[in-house]
Write a protein that binds this ligand. Structure first.
Ligand code: DX5
Ligand code: ZN
Length: 220
């Protein structure tokens, strides 16, 4: 079963970025999770297009872009994307989800749909042929340091069941928000494949390399 770690770059120590990227490479981190927020879809601003460009120049680790922005269909073009990158767009952020997913794939990246805590996975029924994965928000999007929404745990197993019942056993599940060591274990048992690791686990003190190794033990 695929179990991959995606450090949430909005939580990293920007004054120590080069060293942290070296640790990510040494510990074979699979993705770098980039939260892009527009102050409209979510009440916050974070990382943007220049940061994505600079990261592509600084490391070969694929990027996992999480677009918490309105009308993403108009903005996919703004991002420099590589073929192993993931781009997640929110179901709730566009009237043209299928077209948006198509645009991501036309740029050679993997397309995923993110769903907020109140959105059931069955809303994705008509785009299952277009997606590489589903990103389940286990907190309300916009800020690091929040607490898991209890119903989100069951939503992971419900999503896995829904996907399997539609013959989509290859579609992955990513979880994002308060993915602590203990929560990660529970999320993994319920079928999560990609784990957004932020202040709840790997960045919670300055022992990044040790924390990543510890985190891997919890998601095995
Ligand atoms: C939430 C962000 C996440 C995450 C950060 O909008 O997308 O990256 O919450 O990690 P935690 O929740 O562990 O601080
Ligand atoms: Zn995120």
């Amino acid at each position: 079963m695929i179990k991959q770690i995606a450090p949430s770059m909005m939580c990293c120590d920007f004054l120590d970025l080069k060293n942290q990227l070296e640790i990510f490479e040494k510990t074979k981190i699979e993705y770098l999770h980039i939260d892009v927020m527009d102050g409209s879809f979510v009440p916050n601003y974070t990382l943007g297009t220049d940061f994505v460009k600079k990261l592509h120049k600084s490391t070969n680790i694929p990027l996992d872009l999480h677009l918490m922005i309105d009308r993403p269909e108009d903005k996919i073009e703004w991002f420099e994307l590589n073929e192993n990158d993931i781009v997640s767009v929110h179901f709730e952020s566009t009237n043209h989800l299928q077209r948006t997913l198509q645009r991501i794939k036309n740029k050679g990246a993997k397309a995923m749909v993110a769903i907020n805590p109140a959105t059931p996975v069955c809303m994705l029924e008509e785009v299952l042929d277009d997606i590489y994965g589903v990103l389940i928000m286990t907190v309300n999007p916009g800020y690091a340091g929040q607490k898991l929404i209890p119903s989100a745990l069951e939503k992971i197993s419900k999503t896995r069941k829904f996907l399997d019942e539609h013959g989509k056993t290859d579609i992955l599940i990513e979880v994002d928000g308060n993915v602590s060591y203990e929560n990660a274990k529970l999320m993994s048992e319920k079928g999560a494949n990609i784990f957004v690791a932020g202040t709840s686990a790997i960045f919670c003190d300055n022992k990044l390399e040790k924390n990543i190794e510890k985190f891997r033990e919890f998601i095995k």
